[in-house]
Write a protein that binds this ligand. Structure first.
Ligand SMILES: C[S@@+](CC[C@H](N)C(=O)[O-])C[C@H]1O[C@@H](n2cnc3c(N)ncnc32)[C@H](O)[C@@H]1O
Length: 248
């Protein structure tokens, strides 16, 4: 039997076996916040997507694939009176999130749970909104995941997908390859000592849905008021906030 905690995987193995991606995040968890803080605009972009959900501020939000809690922080910024459930399937990423938000956990504003995003066992209509930052791309079956999200979202609830999703322009793919192979892999490998997850990142983005394909998938699965908005600056051709609502 393969021990997925200690076995070293290749990026191609992870593309084929995405269920092992959280285990790979375990390896870089302690350096994840430092590495992403070197990525200009990382937290600001999460904050922008969280604001785009246009919440009232008292909702219960599922921060799916919350990692070390950078997306949780973005959600907190728009929920002065709300509650956040953070879910991730990497023990080590969650351990860091729990340390960071110990005050909010104690007050009952934030809770974290270890779960597979493909097997969410929350009751139907549980959440007012779902924020999924850099999550859907890591799912082995995008459509099955989206169907699960629809089930647990309340009628009228908002789904926000924040991810590297390459627009349909001719230059977005070569631009991503230059960024990925020229900068992201070499720099992140120096910062974290691990190249596998970053090499996987570049490939998984090349295989992921374009904003138009993501919109079509959401439409096919019953969502309404679907939109895709680019993030600003150098990320505009490669990163989007995709928003949709479950009809009332
Ligand atoms: C790039 S991190 C994003 C973390 C955070 N949302 C952020 O914006 O910084 C992706 C996260 O997805 C988690 N993940 C990947 N596949 C998952 C799955 N099937 N179920 C739950 N979490 C998963 C990983 O463990 C990792 O923490």
């Amino acid at each position: 039997m393969v021990n997925t905690t200690t076995t070293k995987h290749t990026s191609d193995f992870l593309i084929e076996n995405k269920v092992n991606v959280p285990k790979e995040f375990n390896r870089i968890a302690s350096r994840y916040d430092f590495a992403t803080s070197m990525s200009q605009g990382y937290q600001q972009d999460l904050n922008t997507s969280a604001r785009r959900m246009n919440l009232k501020g008292n909702e219960h939000v599922l921060d799916l694939c919350c990692g070390t809690g950078k997306s949780t922080l973005a959600c907190l910024g728009v929920l002065p009176n709300g509650k956040i459930t953070g879910v991730d399937n990497s023990e080590e990423m969650l351990a860091i999130a729990e340390k960071k938000f110990s005050k909010e956990i104690q007050s009952g504003k934030v809770e974290f749970m270890l779960k597979d995003a493909m097997k969410l066992d929350f009751p139907e209509n549980s959440f007012d909104a779902i924020f999924m930052a850099y999550g859907l791309r890591n799912m082995p079956d995008y459509e099955a995941c989206v169907q699960g999200l629809y089930r647990i979202l309340k009628p009228g609830g908002t789904l926000c997908i924040h991810d590297y999703s390459l627009s349909d322009t001719w230059y977005s793919r070569p631009y991503w390859k230059i960024l990925g192979y020229g900068f992201i892999i070499p720099i992140s490998t120096i910062l974290t000592g691990n190249s596998t997850i970053f090499s996987y990142l570049i490939k998984s983005v090349l295989n992921f849905l374009t904003p138009n394909q993501a919109k079509a998938l959401l439409d096919k699965n019953g969502f309404k008021e679907i939109s895709a908005k680019p993030l600003s600056g150098w990320r505009a051709p490669i990163q989007h906030t995709i928003l949709a609502k479950k009809p009332n």
